[in-house]
Design a protein around this ligand. Sequence first.
Ligand code: NDP
Length: 302
Amino acid sequence: MALRLDGRQLAAALELRLRSAIAAGLEQAGRPPGLAVLRVGDDPASGVYVANKEKACERVGITSHGAHLAADNPADAVAAVIERLNADPSVDGILLQLPLPKGLEESPLLALIDPEKDADGLHTLNLGRLAKGESGPRSCTPAGVMALLRQAQVSLSGARAVVVGRSLLVGQPMALMLQAADATVTVAHSRTRDLAALTRQADVLVVAAGQPLLIGAEHVRPGAVVVDVGIHRLPPDPAAGPGAKGKLCGDVRFEEVEPIAAAITPVPGGVGPMTVTMLLVNTVVAWGRRHGLDNPLADLVP
Ligand code: NDP
């Protein structure tokens, strides 16, 4: 039976590290780190995500500078809030919660965020820094995957890694991070021919296709490490009665793959909790850099 890569447990352990990093630097910095989560409109799922991020900030001692704008605000108004947060010396990280309401374009607004305060690590400059191996905020989800692999002492040097998905949010930075860790990386996408033949070559398989239950036993080499980034809610079981919620699942058929993999992330409780933790890591690292502190979290910035 596969080792479970437990993201909840690791996230809790990393929160303790974050608390002590903040405590150690507080006197020299003169203020706690600050994270601004900017929400536009009333997408209910975003509301839950933002609340989770704010709770996580509170647990570790990061001040939240939440800003919530109504959906009918023009791009100029959102841009003005981003500029204000860029200039605010008590804010170390800024996150624009996606998706934005219809009519607002993501890219130009994301580009306005000061790259040094880019808590999500998705600014063009920071993706470029990752590609060049320069330090900077890292994309949270793939950085969280790297932390899970490191915690489980998965050996990446020389390993064959396959990433399913090539989005700028997950697949591309994931491939760059695995490559920086000396894995030999192949990236698959929706046009890849014979996906199963390719993924069966992987020692480490990271699946971020956004396709519920895409990957089964036929895609996995026995003994491989499987990381499932996908998260989906299945339709509710009609037998469960009205109002029942469907179960959460990933891109991987967990029950099929767990018996043959060496290690696997569950959904929920695998990659998801790590994504939020890495947002906090980017914020605390940016705070430390602003105040000339040593970085005790360098191992978490792949
Ligand atoms: P995108 O939809 O942006 O990208 C999906 C990628 O998968 C694309 O590159 C696409 O190929 C590829 N793909 C789609 N179908 C297939 C297929 N059948 N075979 C091979 N490749 C395929 O998704 P994201 O990268 O944003 O997210 C991926 C998943 O991860 C989603 O389920 C999302 O909810 C989840 N997620 C989870 C997070 C967490 O914290 N747990 C954080 C972020 C995302 P092509 O480029 O050709 O279209």
